[in-house]
Design a protein around this ligand. Structure first.
Ligand SMILES: Nc1ncnc2c1ncn2[C@@H]1O[C@H](COP(=O)(O)OP(=O)(O)O)[C@@H](O)[C@H]1O
Ligand SMILES: [Mg+2]
Length: 257
């Protein structure tokens, strides 16, 4: 059965989508069967992987709230060999609609993903930058959470807040929700701040923090405009190297023993 991993942090611009796209792509190049679920109304993961002519209209909103069949809504990409459940802007209104549901409003995504879990090795959910019902749905559907942390001021405050939400979800809906790992992103060795923040995060969260830190690399920010992962866009750049190293570490943690 596939493992469901939510990539989450209520802060925007910390590298969630970049990590969702490139970790999923690298896992696929390693022979894993991967579904990426775009659960952000901004649909950055969708457009970072699919050209407009590849998106046929079905999306995660219609799947969770309009009984659209999940298998028929998944779009297949060839290079890398990935399945994508697209998002679109309609998801921005989802929390209002979900909130009116009396029973099980936090399990809408889980109910759908359970139907396809057996088809995949990994299902990666790219979360929106908030701690509302969408994120609660993602955490309830997930087996574990991967938390990207940008190497900047206030990084730790944000993570502390996120851990409170994770504990709440563990207590209320999902006692066995695990921490997959904490990932330092946009690391810049030349700045004292990057080094200080990374030391602080490592001291606080120890083994939960991946050894691999993702460096600031402009190639990583360019690739989505071509709807490509970093491995098609520039396989030799330091961003591609870093996401390959992260994927190795991720697989080592998951395939141990
Ligand atoms: N390691 C990196 N180096 C340079 N730019 C990055 C890096 N990671 C992400 N970016 C860019 O920073 C912006 C925010 O990243 P994104 O992954 O979209 O964050 P989030 O999904 O958390 O909002 C995007 O424009 C992205 O291309
Ligand atoms: Mg994003």
């Amino acid at each position: 059965m596939g493992k469901v991993i939510a990539i989450t942090n209520q802060k925007g611009g910390v590298g969630k989508t970049t990590t969702a796209i490139n970790l999923s792509s690298c896992l696929s190049y390693k022979g894993k069967k991967v579904l990426i679920v775009d659960f952000d109304p901004q649909a950055n993961a969708t457009h970072g992987l699919l050209r407009l002519d590849e998106i046929h209209g079905e999306n995660v909103y219609s799947v969770i709230l309009e009984e659209q069949d999940i298998r028929r809504s998944i779009v297949h990409k060839k290079h890398p060999d990935l399945d994508i459940l697209p998002s679109n802007i309609s998801l921005a209104g989802a929390e209002l609609v979900m909130d009116k549901i009396d029973n099980g409003k936090e399990r809408l995504l889980k109910n759908q993903l359970d139907q396809v879990k057996d088809d995949y090795d990994y299902i990666i959910i790219d979360c929106p930058p908030s701690l509302g019902l969408l994120t609660t749905n993602a955490l309830t559907a997930a087996d574990s959470v991967l938390i990207p942390v940008q190497c900047e001021y206030y990084a730790l405050e944000g993570v502390t807040q996120l851990f409170l939400t994770i504990r709440l979800v563990q207590k209320t809906y999902k006692p066995d929700l695990k921490i997959e790992g904490i990932l330092l992103t946009m690391f810049d060795v030349r700045t004292k701040l990057s080094v200080e923040v990374s030391q602080e995060v490592r001291q606080n969260f120890r083994k939960q923090v991946y050894q691999t830190a993702i460096p600031r690399n402009v190639r990583l920010s360019e690739a989505p405009s071509r709807s490509q992962s970093i491995f098609e866009y520039d396989n030799a750049c330091i961003g591609a190297k870093a996401y390959r190293a992260l994927t190795e570490e991720f697989l080592k943690r998951n395939e141990r023993g």
